[in-house]
Design a binder for this molecule. Structure first.
Ligand SMILES: [Fe+2]
Ligand SMILES: [Fe+2]
Length: 284
């Protein structure tokens, strides 16, 4: 029986046509029962084009969530509307936050949400990290940042990490957590095991880069803590059931057991070199 295949952070806008063709051929050769794409597919103006190409070339379900880069040069509502539109055009394309659970060949039900780095893990107040998100996603670009960019010189990047941005990031994390609570509860009522596809790691322990987990400076931008609280709570109350979370965003590979029944796999990624993840739980 064929197994599902997982790709995260392919950033296809940085990939040559030749490498993209090779990737599609590798997926064909695998004959997957489903393709799972964990966000950072491309950017707002191109992610849907690449997904249409995948749907044209492949005949299995293609289940996806959106990553922060998928909103670059667009707005969050516009990009989510494009994902909805894709599902209407191509029944094979499943945007997990709104598609309903998808049965996988390992017996689990797949649900998912991209999540968001929600400014809760680590120390947002002292963080010096200015993600491109806060410039390239219109919803996150504050008036204060506009002013700083206009002034250019002597700007302290920390001063753009303001209360307004913190609240916006928290709200995005809370939205992901609310969606996952509903999706996971529904899936646990129907199946013994649940696979959750995310972009942003829901736990700091799963936020890997160069073999280490994120420090206080990076963690606010790379962990969706609100989602982690919900997943831990739901799985603590279901000790006889099992959850595997697949995530990306930090581009470093790692595995961590948060609870005896809750494992998180974080996928490796390299710009320009999209890869099929070899870590797949319980499927050979
Ligand atoms: Fe990425
Ligand atoms: Fe990302």
């Amino acid at each position: 029986m064929s197994s599902p295949l997982w790709i995260t952070d392919p950033h296809l806008n940085f990939v040559s046509d030749g490498r993209r063709s090779e990737l599609l051929q590798e997926i064909h050769d695998w004959s997957p029962s489903a393709v799972l794409i964990g966000g950072d597919i491309a950017e707002a103006t191109s992610f849907d084009r690449y997904l249409r190409e995948f749907a044209t070339e492949l005949d299995c379900p293609i289940c996806f969530v959106l990553g922060n880069h998928d909103y670059y040069h667009g707005t969050i509502p516009q990009v989510r509307q494009s994902a909805r539109q894709l599902m209407q055009e191509w029944p094979q394309l499943r945007w997990l936050p709104e598609s309903g659970p998808v049965p996988l060949s390992d017996g689990s039900l797949l649900v998912g949400h991209g999540g968001w780095g929600d400014a809760r893990a680590g120390d947002f107040d002292t963080s010096t990290i200015l993600l491109n998100d806060y410039l390239a996603i219109q919803d996150l670009r504050s008036a204060q940042l506009e002013e700083l960019l206009n002034r250019e010189a002597n700007s302290d990047p920390r001063s753009v990490l303001n209360d307004w941005l913190r609240e916006r990031l928290r709200q995005l994390g809370d939205d992901a957590a609310t969606s996952l609570r509903s999706q996971v509860s529904n899936a646990l009522a129907q199946a013994e095991s649940v696979t959750v596809l995310m972009h942003v790691p829901p736990f700091r322990e799963a936020c890997w880069y160069a073999g280490k987990t994120s420090d206080d400076n990076w963690a606010p931008h790379f962990v969706c803590q609100a989602a982690g609280v919900v997943l831990r709570e739901l799985m603590s109350a279901a000790p006889d059931q099992h959850m595997t979370v697949l995530c990306g965003h930090c581009h470093g590979e790692g595995t961590v057991d948060i609870l005896p029944n809750l494992r998180v796999l974080t996928g490796a990624a390299e710009y320009g070199a999209p890869a099929i993840q070899t870590l797949w739980p319980d499927v050979t």
